[in-house]
Each structure stands twice: as structure tokens, then as C-alpha cells.
Design a protein around this ligand. Structure first.
Ligand code: NAP
Length: 469
């Protein structure tokens, strides 16, 4: 029994989770797994469909990764779980509304926008955030109408993280390869009919510091219609990196460098597309052509040095170069977005927190009843599974606070009252049953093809599929 008697059959602990990506589900799962309290969880998402970046971010040709949603389905069958899809915090319901119905509110909203490169020309036509391109080809309803000029022959992708790898790989896939994925229909056609022949991926540091992981970079060497190339001198380790690796041996990094050096030795096999990985170069300016769109990327060669914090950093030399390219994607990391009424650290793009307890920006005092987990808590790093222990840390804080009676004091903490609020504000909301129907229909639509599903990509389409007007 808690100090205020919450967490019993008669008075369940009522939790609202904002965001139905992996972290939202892991948070719900940890809450259901503990044995001390009876907990009811309502998950809100601004999209009709759940799973966040598993649906809208994970590359369409990485279906195995998406099977993680089976574990989320097992959480959702708990009778104390509810899903309110298509309901946005801020525009549909406010924090004040939720405080009337829940003892605790957890923000699991991820990092929704991109970081900027802060160079001239970044806002030119045909210069885009990779995150937008990813959302577009994955059929995210907010991005389906974006336009990317795939009539260009040369594309530059800035950054060497796993998102940059995804973007390069998708641009280099053939129609046959894409037809085995759940890429959005319009993107399948646009990419399969594209003129893209050469894709450059630019790393500002060297091969040993590249953020991509080894399986991802190996996969780039196995593309059906694209050869991979790394300039030999850029695959070599510089003195600073050699010394660093000698002092901090790391088999994973050594293997990564070996893979890249092997690519540097390979001759082109004559495949029609060409993927070039460059290292120790930074874009300094995007230059406009006659039509006002990107035509060239100016780059500077970097040298690497060990800084006072013990990190290998790049600094520009006086060697400059130009790459003629008509389309640019910056893939230099994601960034969190502030939620109305919730403290936010603008400099890091995260909610200030102590192990998941939301704290005030200045006083660092915990804000009663508010928590966060996942990318909005720690920044955009790690793989899907990283969010499981992260969510557990937050849930442990939540349970400690419940034990001490430190929760919100909702006036109407019932399932029905919360549902009434949602019905009133967003009569056309989507339940988990609605999602399961859409899921089955998407799979049905792909019957007779090699595609795992054909996605609905607009809210209207989803409503129509459910027979709503
Ligand atoms: P990331 O791994 O942090 O990579 C960002 C890249 O951008 C780094 O190469 C970084 O270089 C570079 N960068 C940052 N600022 C730059 C600048 N001003 N100029 C040039 N380059 C710059 O981020 P991400 O690729 O967006 O991925 C986010 C997270 O999702 C990562 O943890 C990633 O592993 C994960 N993810 C995983 C998968 C998968 O498992 N298949 C797929 C997609 C994403 P520096 O290192 O020099 O800063």
C-alpha cells in the first residue's frame, strides 16, 4: 500500500504515456511487469498508427528489425492498456487536461527534427534534412507530400551515422530490391525511376570515428546495382587515430577500419550506380545553380587532432574541393522538440531530467508527476533496444515516487473519464483495435507481391479503410 492508497484494484495507478514508439511500449511493459501496484496505462500518439520510428524511421529494407513490434503487441493485449492514436498533446489535449485523469505522465516523444549544418546555402532548394526524406519514403502522413528532385544524377549525404547509411542504401536500391520492402508506393516509383547515379557520403572525421555500425557498412558492399568506393588515402588512419587506437584498443573499430580499407582496394565491378564514402571532409557551402537550387557542394579537407577532453576532433586545412551535386541530404543527427508546458533544454534538445524525473531548468527540482524516457531524455543515440533499460530507469523512479506518495492528484482518475475527454476532443481517434484492423489490411493489400505490407500513408486513407467517413 502506498501512502496515498494508489495502486490497488480499487484505485489503480493511472499513467499517461505520450508517444507510442519503442520507448513508450517499453515503459508500459515495465509498468505492467512489476508486482507491487495495479497500473493502468493509456498511450497517446499524434499519429493514428503506433510504433514511432519502427514504422516511420527504420529502413523499409530492414524488415527483421521491425519484427520487434510483436513484443509491443503482447504489451498492448493487457486489459489495462489503452491506445489513443491521432491525439496530440498540445493541440488536442493539454497537460492540464491530463493532470485531471492521471497520477503520472511520461514523455516518450523521441527527437522529431533534424540538426542543422550551419553553413551557407543550407536552405537552398534541393537541400533537405535526411530525417524528412526518411519519413517520406516510410509513408509518414506528415511527409508524404514532400518533394525530392530525384532527377539529379549526383547526391551528397552529409554525415556517416546509420541514418546516412540508410539514405544512401535506399537511393542505391533497384526497383526489384525495393519491391521486397514496405517502402511507400509513391517513393518506390520515384526512387526506382530516379536518375541518381552517384551518391557521396561525407564524414568530417576518419574511418575510425565513423558513427555507422559494422553490419550496416558491410551491407553497403552487397548492393545489387551499386559499387562502393572509398578513396585509398581517406581509408588510411591518420597519426592521431592510430595513437588513440593503440591506447584504446577496440576490436569493433578495428574491424570497421578493415572493412573500409578493403572497399578502398576493390575495383568497380561495373554496376550502374556508384556510392562513394569520403572521410575527413566537411561541407563549407552549398552553391546555387542557375535555377536557384543546389548545384555544387564546397568541401574542405580536415585534419584530425586529439583535444583536451581526449576526443579526436576535425579541424579544417586549406585544401578545398567542389563536388557537383544537385541534391543534398544532411544527416547530422536528430533534435528534440519542446512540448507545451514541459521544461526543455534548447541547447541539447532534451527535457531536463534526473534519471527520467523531469526537473525544472533552473532549480533542478523535480516536477511532480512528470517523467521522460528515450531520445527526449538522453538525446538521439543508441539502437531500439537501448530504450528498454532507459525506460526501466524511468519506471523505477516513478515507482519510488508512488511509494512516497509523490504523484499528481487527479480529480477524475478513471478510465472512463479519460476516454470521455478524448472522445470529446478527438471523436475520430484511433484505438489499438483500429490499428490491428489497419495492420491486417496493409498486409492484405500486399498479397500476391513480395512486399510485406502496402502502407496507408494518409489519415484520410486510414479513416476510409476503417469505413469512417
Ligand atoms: P549519429 O549516429 O549521431 O550520426 C551523426 C553523424 O553526423 C556523425 O557521423 C557525425 O559526425 C555527423 N555530424 C554531426 N554534425 C556534423 C556536421 N556539422 N558536419 C558534418 N557531419 C556532422 O546519428 P544518426 O545517423 O542520425 O542516428 C541516430 C541514432 O539512430 C544512432 O544511435 C544510430 O545508430 C541509430 N540508428 C540505428 C540504425 C540501425 O541500427 N540500423 C539505423 C538508423 C539509426 P561526428 O561523429 O564527427 O560528430
Amino acid at each position: 500500500m502506498t501512502r496515498n492508497g494508489i495502486g490497488t484494484e480499487d484505485h489503480p495507478l493511472r499513467v499517461a504515456i505520450i508517444g507510442s514508439g519503442p520507448t513508450g511500449f517499453y515503459t508500459a511493459g515495465h509498468l505492467f511487469k512489476q508486482k507491487d501496484y495495479v497500473v493502468e496505462v493509456d498511450v497517446y500518439d499524434r499519429l493514428p498508427t503506433p510504433f514511432g520510428l519502427v514504422r516511420g524511421g527504420v529502413a523499409p529494407d530492414h524488415q527483421k528489425i521491425k519484427s520487434v513490434t510483436k513484443a509491443y503487441d503482447r504489451i498492448a493485449v493487457n486489459p489495462r492498456f489503452r491506445y489513443y492514436g491521432g491525439v496530440e498533446l498540445g493541440s488536442d489535449v493539454t497537460l492540464e487536461d491530463l493532470s485531471k485523469h492521471y497520477h503520472q505522465i511520461v514523455f516518450c516523444v523521441g527527437a522529431q527534427v533534424d540538426r542543422s549544418m550551419r553553413i551557407p546555402g543550407e536552405d537552398l532548394k534541393r537541400s533537405h534534412a535526411a530525417t524528412e526524406f526518411v519519413a517520406w519514403y516510410n509513408g509518414h502522413p506528415d511527409y508524404r507530400d514532400r518533394e525530392f528532385d530525384l532527377s539529379q544524377q549526383t547526391v551528397v549525404v552529409v554525415g556517416v551515422g546509420n541514418v546516412a547509411v540508410d539514405v544512401c542504401r535506399i537511393l542505391c536500391r533497384s526497383r526489384e530490391e525495393l519491391e521486397r520492402t514496405d517502402i511507400a508506393d509513391y517513393a518506390l516509383d520515384a526512387i526506382a525511376n530516379s536518375n541518381v547515379e552517384t551518391v557521396y557520403m561525407l564524414g568530417r572525421r576518419g574511418p575510425a570515428q565513423a558513427a555507422f555500425s559494422n553490419p550496416e557498412i558491410k551491407e553497403l558492399g552487397e548492393l545489387e546495382v551499386a559499387d562502393i568506393r572509398v578513396p585509398e588515402d581517406e581509408a588510411e588512419l591518420d597519426e592521431a587515430s592510430k595513437a588513440f587506437l593503440a591506447e584504446h584498443p577496440d576490436p569493433g573499430t578495428e574491424h570497421k577500419v578493415e572493412i573500409l580499407q578493403q572497399y578502398a582496394k576493390e575495383k568497380r565491378s561495373g554496376k550502374p550506380k556508384h556510392l562513394v564514402l569520403r572521410f575527413c571532409v566537411s561541407p563549407t557551402k552549398l552553391v546555387a545553380g542557375d535555377d536557384g537550387g543546389v548545384a555544387k557542394v564546397e568541401i574542405v579537407k580536415n585534419e584530425l587532432y586529439l583535444n583536451e577532453k581526449g576526443t579526436i576532433r576535425p579541424r579544417p586545412t586549406d585544401e578545398h574541393e567542389e563536388i557537383e551535386a544537385g541534391l543534398v541530404f544532411r544527416s547530422v543527427g536528430y533534435y528534440g522538440v519542446a512540448l507545451p508546458g514541459v521544461p526543455f533544454r534548447e541547447d541539447w534538445g532534451v527535457i531536463p531530467n534526473d534519471k527520467g524525473r523531469v526537473v525544472e531548468l533552473d532549480s533542478k527540482e523535480p516536477v511532480p508527476g512528470l517523467y521522460c524516457a528515450g531520445w527526449i531524455k538522453r538525446g538521439p543515440s543508441g539502437v531500439i533496444g537501448t530504450n528498454k533499460p532507459d525506460a526501466l530507469e524511468t519506471v523505477q523512479c516513478m515507482l519510488q515516487d508512488v511509494a512516497q506518495g509523490k504523484t499528481l492528484d487527479p480529480a477524475a482518475p478513471g478510465v472512463d473519464e479519460a476516454r470521455e475527454l478524448v472522445r470529446e476532443r478527438k471523436p475520430g481517434y484511433f484505438s489499438y483495435d483500429d490499428w490491428k484492423k489497419l495492420d491486417a489490411l496493409e498486409i492484405e493489400r500486399a498479397k500476391g507481391t513480395e512486399r510485406p505490407r502496402v502502407k496507408f500513408t494518409s489519415v484520410k486513407e486510414m479513416q476510409a479503410a476503417l469505413g469512417r467517413t
